[in-house]
Design a protein around this ligand. Structure first.
Ligand SMILES: [Zn+2]
Length: 241
């Protein structure tokens, strides 16, 4: 698991200064596919962070779900499994999660305590799921927004069809085209994420550079191994000790 956290100096909650906490799971943390065994999934989630997880049924679109301050337990339950690809909130009592096995995942946060989690494959990037998430965060009052990326498939492992590649070039320019290890045209998903963040005015604060396809011991990959399991990126607001 990759762990990262940062104190938000501009934001003080009722119990003192708050932190943003981000985790990117590995195969050793278990499977986070939402249709896997519910008991096992619950155990896996609890081991990462023991609080209410909010998760979606991801559909490679640009729909963002806002987890509002006023949502009660029933409202929160009703969000689970919603068809969407991003979550945002100001709440400090939930953990926002997205799952992937090659697609990019991102955690976003603002200095004033708004957080977001995004699942961004090439279709989501094309549909500007990152821009939509940033807009939703701004509607909750976020000003300066930062991001960290989870692991995703690397360009060397992501050979891509000419038609789809043209669609991505039309949006992001030729720099998203790279070469696979075999020397064929490939999509640089990570580069597309960086460009999308830049266009949305988000500051990138680093992230994972691991390739899901190249690291069978650590990460699941749909493209290279047809894995059904998923890793998770989780973000939540915690308190300074
Ligand atoms: Zn690779």
């Amino acid at each position: 698991m990759e762990s990262w956290s940062k104190s938000l100096e501009h934001s003080v909650g009722p119990e003192g200064p708050i932190r943003v906490e981000i985790r990117c799971t590995d195969t050793s943390d278990g499977n986070f596919a939402i249709d896997s065994d519910a008991g096992q999934l619950n155990d896996n989630r609890k081991r990462i962070v023991d609080r209410r997880w909010i998760w979606l049924r991801q559909v490679h679109g640009n729909r963002v779900v806002v987890v509002s301050d006023s949502a009660d337990a029933n409202d929160l339950d009703a969000i689970l499994g919603t068809e969407a690809d991003a979550l945002v909130t100001r709440r400090a009592d939930v953990a926002l999660a997205v799952q992937s096995a090659d697609c990019a995942t991102l955690a976003l946060w603002s200095d004033d305590g708004v957080i977001g989690a995004v699942h961004a494959g090439w279709r989501g990037l094309e549909a500007d799921v990152i821009g939509a998430t940033v807009k939703a965060m701004r509607s909750l009052g976020a000003e300066t927004i930062h991001a960290r990326t989870g692991p995703c498939i690397g360009v060397e492992c992501y050979e891509f069809g000419a038609t789809e590649l043209e669609r991505m070039v039309a949006i992001f320019g030729a720099e998203v085209v790279g070469r696979s290890a075999e020397g064929n045209d490939a999509l640089d998903v990570r580069r597309a994420v960086y460009l999308s963040l830049e266009r949305s005015g988000v500051h990138l604060v680093g992230g994972s550079l691991r390739c899901s396809a190249c690291r069978p011991e650590e990460l699941w990959s749909h493209r290279s191994r047809n894995d059904k399991q998923r890793q998770a990126l989780v973000v939540w607001i915690g308190h300074n000790q």
